[in-house]
Structure formats: C-alpha cells, structure tokens
Design a protein around this ligand. Structure first.
Ligand code: ADP
Ligand code: DP6
Ligand code: CO
Length: 353
C-alpha cells in the first residue's frame, strides 16, 4: 500500500464592511478597488477541509464539497494548486530527502457548515481553507501574506480570511498581482467587543454568482466608476481610522453606506441584479429603528451578494441589538447565532485539526 499524506484545517468566513466588487484582471483575480472586512470566529460559520495526496490516487486532482464532486479544471482552482505545488517543489529540490508530494494527485474534501453560494462568504472560507490545508500538507513555511496572494486567485475575498481581526485587501498596481494581498488593519483583541449576528434569510444558492455579477457591473454600471475611483478610497481611509479609534458610530455608518452603495451598483447593472429581498429590507428598517431609539448608531447592517444580513454591534449593546432584532424579526427566520459571533483572534488564522 502506497502511503497517504494528509492535513486538515478549519477556516473562518470574513464579512466585508468595504466591499470588493469588480475585477480589473479576471484571470489573476485582481480587484478594481481595495476592501476591508472583519474575520468572524469559527464557532458558528466555518469550512473544514482535508487535503491529501498519494501516489496510489487516481491521476487527476479532485475536490469533494459537501459530498458533491466539483470541477477542479477551472483556472482559479488550478492556479491555487499550481502555485502551492511550485512552492513544495522548491523544498523538494533543495533537499532530496523531502518526499516528492508535488508530483502526486491531490484529493481535497471540504465541508461548509453554513449555506454555500448564498452570500455568506463560502468562497472566502472555502478557498482560504483549501490553500491552508494544502500548505499544511506540503509543510510550506509560507507567511499568511504569501498564502493570501494564492487564495486571492481562488476567490478574491478568500485572501482576507488568511488573517484574523480587521483585515484589508490592498488592490495593488502590479500587473502580475504580486502586491494585491491582504494585510491586518488591527488584531481581534484591539477591539474585542465587536460582535456580528447573522440572519439567514435564505440558504438558497444565489441566482447570479459573485464572479458573474461583478463582471456585469464593471461592463454596464454608470455608478461604478465613481465608486471605485472616489467613494471607496475615501471610505477605506475613514474605516481604518474608525477601527484604530474604536469609533463604532463611524464604523457603523460607513459599513451601512458601503453596503448600500454596492447594492446600488448591482441595481445599476444592466440587466439589474437584485441580491436583497423584502426580508433584507425589513432587516434594514429594524436596524434603523434600533439606532433611532438609541439616539446613535449602535447597530450596522451589511449584505454581501445575497439576501442574508450581517449586523455588527458592540457586546455592551447585546440586549438592545440582538434582543430587539430577534423580537422584531420574530422567530420565523433562521438565526445562525443566538449570540453574536466574536471576531476571530488567531492571527495566523486557522486551527490545524
Ligand atoms: P458566496 O457568497 O458563498 O461566497 P460565491 O458565488 O462567491 O458565493 O462562491 C460560491 C462558490 O465558491 C461555490 O459555488 C464553490 O465553487 C466555491 N466554494 C464554496 N465553498 C467552498 C469550499 N469549501 N471549498 C472550495 N470551494 C468552495
Ligand atoms: C459582495 O470573493 O466571492 O462578498 O473573486 O469572483 O470569487 P470572486 O468573488 P468573491 O466576491 C465577494 C463579493 C462580496 C464583497 C466582499 O466580500 O468584499
Ligand atoms: Co464569494
């Protein structure tokens, strides 16, 4: 029996407060704007991925996601495999005693414990886990920055899940994408009272994938140019300052305005893309009422490319936000968290399991 080499990891989702939407280079997955997110704890939403390789495996690489075989021939999965194999090859070439795993077929088995392709960042946790699991299997000494450059090619948002806490993704300017990487704005313990509740409005697969939707927006939206050239650069600076100063009012206001701006460009796409639904809009109203009765911003909604709401708030406002939200939305909708998720604290990201 030929030997099987194996490594596993779990990876967190991240939910952007300044949204990535648009590619300047679809092949390398380079964005038209920088973005910023919060990496959530893995207590509720996580991807678990095992990577293994063996000379005894069937010749082609494979990926099983939630029990279903996936096509791995796509350029983006291939780019991740190729880059990780090249790094392994360097180790093998430097020391002939290192087993030649880079030449063996890869078998990836992954499970998301939350809805896939529903606008809850499954591609972020998914590709971050895939890259980290293979890096562990290959025993690569690669930094989170180096791995973020690889994960970005699988799914843009995945690069930010390589770090914990408050994480930026610098759009970069190099044509080869070498400077389009994630960086940590602040560790989780800088502002540990941040919480996020997730309202699962629908677990259904979205009608328009993020990849397809953003390409249509770039091609047709007239609002898009001002978003990328003026609005987002200004908000990136405001958001980083708000995080440094732990200024929730600014953090919340910019988060909500950027979510609205992103969904406005979706509506401005031709044909229009509708990710929000009536329940999403009801959630926005509830947050507005919570803030109005508090007399200040204590809750901030944001929506990715799907109808599901993520509400950021501080732990001290747990009762007013999570309690009221639940009372007003009623029991009919699915709650991923009874209590808000914490921010992920492991700076090197991920647990090896
Ligand atoms: P989401 O809003 O969930 O990120 P996307 O449209 O961006 O939705 O991406 C969904 C796609 O990401 C899936 O169809 C699948 O191809 C990929 N994906 C999701 N989870 C994983 C995973 N655990 N491992 C590998 N790929 C994944
Ligand atoms: C709305 O990273 O899923 O969630 O790079 O094509 O895989 P691809 O897209 P993806 O897009 C995420 C879009 C977003 C905003 C964000 O996470 O920044
Ligand atoms: Co995605």
């Amino acid at each position: 029996m030929a030997e099987i080499y194996r490594a596993s990891t779990t990876a967190p989702v991240n939910i952007a407060v300044i949204k990535y939407w648009g590619k300047r280079d679809p092949k390398l997955n380079l964005p038209t704007n920088s973005s910023l997110s919060v990496t959530l704890s893995q207590s509720d939403l996580r991807t678990h991925t095992t990577a293994s390789c063996s000379p005894s495996y069937p010749a082609s690489d494979s990926l099983l996601l939630n029990g279903s075989p996936q096509d791995v021939s796509g350029a983006r999965t291939q780019a991740c495999f190729r880059e990780l194999r090249a790094l392994r090859k360097q180790l093998e070439d430097a020391d002939l005693a290192v087993p030649k795993l880079s030449a063996m077929p890869l078998k990836i088995v992954s499970e998301n414990n939350f809805p896939t392709a529903a606008g809850l960042a499954s591609s972020a946790a998914g590709f971050a886990a895939l890259v980290r699991a293979i890096a562990n299997l290959y025993e690569l000494p690669a930094s989170p920055t180096a791995l973020s450059r690889i994960a970005r090619q699988g799914s843009g948002s995945a690069c930010r899940s390589l770090f914990g806490g408050y994480v930026g993704w610098e759009q970069g300017s190099a044509v080869d994408g070498s400077d389009s990487v994630a960086f940590q704005v602040a560790p989780a313990n800088h502002w540990p009272s941040m919480r996020a509740i997730i309202l699962v409005v629908s677990a259904a697969k979205k009608g328009v994938s993020s990849t397809t939707g953003m390409q249509a927006t770039v091609a047709t939206s007239s609002l898009f140019a001002s978003r990328t050239s003026e609005i987002v650069p200004r908000r990136m600076a405001e958001m980083q300052k708000a995080i440094q100063e732990k200024d929730f009012e600014t953090f919340g206001k910019v988060t909500m305005m950027d979510s609205n701006s992103f969904h406005a460009t979706c509506l401005d796409t031709y044909p229009p893309i509708f990710y929000l639904n009536d329940v999403s809009r009801a959630a926005i109203k509830v947050v507005e009422e919570i803030n109005a009765s508090a007399g200040k911003i204590i809750a901030a909604y944001t929506f990715d490319a799907g109808p599901n709401a993520v509400i950021y708030y501080l732990e001290e406002n747990e009762v007013q936000v999570a309690g009221l939200f639940k009372a007003m939305m009623g029991e009919k909708e699915g709650w991923k968290s009874e209590r808000g998720e914490k921010v992920q604290g492991n700076e090197q990201a991920f647990q090896a399991v």
